[in-house]
Write a protein that binds this ligand. Structure first.
Ligand code: WTA
Length: 645
């Protein structure tokens, strides 16, 4: 690991900076339940909450006596408040198709959808619906329409396989599935029907609603309805009353990878989540009326839920959404879009930055990016080199650049520079301080606080609005996963260092979860996919560093009797992972071995596999059951390196 610049302070010209001591002094005042109750009053509730936090730890409930509706917060009040004609979204397709939707148009579409959902499908508060849609303007509308009638939705990333989709439909008990015919990616038409067909064969739903992005790419089955037909007889001006839901009514379930077992359905409430997003849009993004906002994530992940849909819509911002990837048709495409729409707030991932900085700087220099004001990254640690490139080449040394730390479970940003509250000097690569109302700590394994500068386990020490209600259908797992390692505190699963100034530096996962290009993947999930291949007896997957993606999976595979290692088999195993899980999870390498290194108690020693792959010292191997297994892996790896050379 390169040394982190703990002592490098960057102050951006034109911005006011406060001393860390001032930040910490003011921050300390915010660590009370009353603080959050006060922030909550800024929202437009149907019934204002008078209570802050309640509930049986760790099943906290926020603002319990409040009533609100997310769809109302995101649309009705803007439409009534004179913003009917304000642009909500500039959408750009990869083929250059542009669609512009105002808040008034979204309001109309959302009401018509909500009407059809309740009248045609009979959906009611508390029902679940799965969404498997690419980045098209209808996706936020579907989410807001379901929220309007209290239906709990679960968005499944459109790059996921049929199996992943089926699992999520089943686990959430979704009655319906909403999807689209496909999307464009690097000039290719990616179709979704095959995955949908396979998924609902395993996990039946009552019906499927299909939006058309490509046109003519869906063979209509018995249970399918095309969006145009679904809405054809719904009056254009129909109004559906937004249901005032309890603050702790679940808004959505979002599945994320854990260390063992199937992905966990993280359940978020409505009120606490809305308050956190409202607050972080101000503090972290400094969002203002005139901003043009672009979060270049996918709505299939939490970043997109919180900071493409709900956060910016609550703030009535004008947003940009782009269908394609950052380096196609050329690596200047993003900057051309930023110039075209005059983007002022830009939010992306370190992986995208590292990808783009490999090309000539000309691709970014040729565009006028003078409208940019605030830059942030999310998803993984940003290495100082990438930070500097983002700061200098994109922000032209005029914009604060942050690395917002948070996770699916936290609902919104927890640790970040806060240019909209108080801005402390930046340090390239740090996450900074916790936001107001949130407190964090770095612990040693024994539960004592780690000394400054020492790596430890990253925890959130006080409950916060936006925290999960639970894991869908599995309260026990919720407690076990997050609240037991350090009783009463939320354990994030990350390693972090706190430096002498108290700035947080999250280093990456401390558990068996990988972070591939900002996407969370459990080693266990990939292993489970690999052993589905008929030739495989056992598999162990480890994450190894990658220059662009941060981390990539490498698989060690033991074959069953009667199978011999071959290139074809490697490719087949990779294909199995792609199909069962997702292309994101595809191992970079498959190494065949005759046994895996295990402890005497039978646990795979992934640490050793990683060390062998990286050519590092093995450390303590005394718990190893059979040292020969390591020797063999070394040999297998030497051979692999030979083949690759
Ligand atoms: C990692 C994404 C360092 C971390 C919002 C966390 C980060 C996991 C940062 C959550 C950051 C996210 N610096 N690491 N700024 N942001 N992470 O649930 O390991 O997809 O636990 O949420 O990403 O990933 P998730």
């Amino acid at each position: 690991m390169q040394a982190l610049p703990f002592k490098e302070y960057v102050k951006v010209e034109g911005w006011d900076f406060v001393d860390p001591s001032e930040y910490l002094r003011e921050h300390a005042k915010t660590l009370t339940p009353e603080f959050w109750l006060q922030v909550a009053q800024e929202l437009d509730w149907f019934v204002k909450p008078t209570r802050s936090i309640e509930g049986e730890p760790p099943f906290y409930r926020w603002f319990r006596d409040g009533r609100l509706n997310m769809s109302y917060l995101c649309l009705d009040r803007h439409v009534r408040g004179g913003k009917r004609h304000k642009v909500a979204l500039f959408w750009l397709g990869e083929d250059g198709t542009e669609r512009v939707l105002t808040y008034g148009q979204y309001y109309r579409l959302v009401n018509r959808l909500a009407y059809a959902f309740s009248h045609k499908w009979g959906l009611k508060k508390g029902d679940r619906v799965a969404i498997y849609m690419p980045m098209i303007p209808e996706l936020p509308a579907v989410m807001l329409a379901l929220a309007r009638i209290g239906v709990i939705f679960s968005v499944v990333f459109s790059g996921f396989s049929a199996n992943a989709l089926a699992d999520r439909i089943k686990d959430s008990g979704a009655r319906y599935l909403i999807t689209a015919d496909g999307y464009l990616r690097r000039g290719k038409r990616i179709l979704l029907q095959e995955n949908v067909r396979k998924a609902i064969a395993q996990s039946p739903v009552e019906g499927v609603l299909v939006f058309e992005r490509l046109g003519g790419e869906w063979e209509r089955g018995e249970r399918d309805v095309m969006a145009d037909d679904f809405l054809a007889d719904v009056p254009a001006n129909v109004h559906v009353e937004p249901i005032p839901v309890e603050s702790d009514h679940p808004l959505f379930i979002l599945y994320t990878s854990g260390t063992t077992g199937k992905p966990k359905g993280i359940v978020h409430d409505t009120g606490g989540y809305a308050v956190l997003l409202h607050a972080t849009m101000d503090w972290v993004f400094d969002a203002r009326e005139e901003d043009v906002y672009w979060c270049a994530a996918d709505i299939g992940w939490i970043t997109g839920h919180s900071y493409i849909v709900f956060g910016p819509f609550m703030k009535a911002l004008t947003s940009v959404m782009y269908e394609g990837v950052p380096n196609w048709p050329d690596p200047g495409i993003w900057w051309s879009i930023a110039e075209r729409y005059g983007v002022s707030i830009f939010y992306t991932s370190p992986t995208a930055i590292r990808l783009l900085m490999r090309y000539s700087d000309e691709y970014v220099e040729r565009y006028d990016l003078s409208t940019l004001r605030i830059l942030h990254s999310v998803g993984e640690p940003i290495n100082p080199e990438a930070w500097w490139w983002f700061y200098e080449k994109v922000g032209r040394r005029r914009c604060p650049v942050g690395s917002t730390w948070w996770m699916t479970e936290t609902g919104g940003v927890m640790v970040s520079h806060t240019p909209g509250w108080k801005l402390v000097p930046l340090k390239p690569g740090t996450n900074g301080y916790p936001i107001p109302g949130v407190n964090v700590a770095v612990y040693r394994a024994d539960g004592s606080e780690a000394p400054r500068g020492e790596r430890g386990y990253f925890t959130i020490t006080t409950p916060w609005p936006g925290m999960p209600l639970t894991i869908w259908g599995d309260d026990e797992r919720y407690v076990k996963t997050y609240w037991q390692k350090f009783p009463g505190k939320f354990y994030t699963g990350d390693y972090a260092i706190m430096d002498d100034d108290g700035y947080v530096w999250v280093l990456g996962r401390a558990d068996e979860v990988m972070n591939v290009a900002g996407h969370r993947l459990g080693t266990y999930e990939i292993e489970s996919a690999i052993v589905e291949h008929e030739a495989v007896s056992e598999a162990a997957v480890v994450g190894v560093p990658d220059e662009v993606k941060g981390e990539v999976p490498v698989a060690f595979v033991v074959l069953k009797e009667g199978y011999t290692p071959s290139e074809e088999l490697k490719e087949e195993i990779k294909r199995t992972v792609r199909e069962i899980l997702s292309p994101i999870a595809t191992p970079k390498e498959v190494v065949f071995v005759s046994k895996l290194p295990k402890t005497r108690s039978g646990k795979i020693m992934r640490r050793l596999l990683r060390a062998v792959f990286l050519g590092q010292p093995l450390g303590d191997v005394t718990t190893l059951e059979d040292e020969a297994s390591v020797e063999e892996i070394k040999r297998a790896y030497e051979q692999l390196k030979g083949e690759m050379a």
